[in-house]
Ligand binder design. Sequence first.
Ligand code: ZN
Length: 318
Amino acid sequence: MRMKPILFLNPVFVQRIWGGNRLRTQFGYDIPSENIGECWGVSAHANGDCVVREGIYEGAYLSTLWKEHPELFGNCDFEHFPLLTKIIDSTGSCSIQVHPDDAYAREHENGSLGKMECWYVLDCHEDTKLVLGHNAATREELAEMIHQGKWSEFIREVPVKKGDFIQIDAGTVHAITDGLMILETQQNSDITYRIYDYGRTENGKQRPMHVEQSIEVITVPALSEKECIKPALNLPVNCLNELISCEYYEVWKIEVEGSFAFGQDQLFLIMSIVDGAGSVNGHPVQKGDHFILPYEFGTVSLEGDMTIIASSVNKERA
Ligand code: ZN
């Protein structure tokens, strides 16, 4: 049987007002402008569809491969490529938001999917805090705090550090804050309800808020800090360290030191090199590379000194 190809992808870059320059200075991406807030490393989303960089599928969009070569992805049932991997570099505070779950989105957003996401903290300031959860004890209290704009009472800020892993279930209030650089793995959906935007304006206008939807979908009381954040620095080397297994995705961290080989037994496996350099089955890779190992790829041979965040869909749901 012919070896299945590694699908190396060209990322799509998205400029954001709050974006920084670490995607260039730390990740070495060749991007001319400042304020590049997001690098969509593995995406088949209509707003940023990655193209295969080399090999027999060179030039193909990921969305096209998904449709025309389902065998590369284990012939799973999803209509669209189900995940999206981004690196986000923030030098400001993003709007405070919440995502609905599948059931709510299906009913209220024309059959859309809800959204779960998780973040691996690549870099942050020493005193970085992110917005995660809220302090309302009941839905009545939640509605009152939001309607009356009692933001300092409402918002829960939690300290984070490099190497933390954060799971953001649907219904969890969250916001990226100044200094955070994260690798995000998310369901490929974009239904976001904005709760508060610090009163900021864009082109002289405030962006629309989704107050009533937010009050309906926010989990009350919020999950505890411990249920959402776990430290993931200094994990064992040369193994798949599971960071999360939820109904939509599984995410692992791999610290390669020397060499590490394992069997690719997922429907497909997304990999992002977030530090160092080395090779994958003989192909040189370095920090900033994103690729997919297809279905029945066989043995994955990693060599070098590098940190990888890998992900896939949860096989039970595909
Ligand atoms: Zn979000």
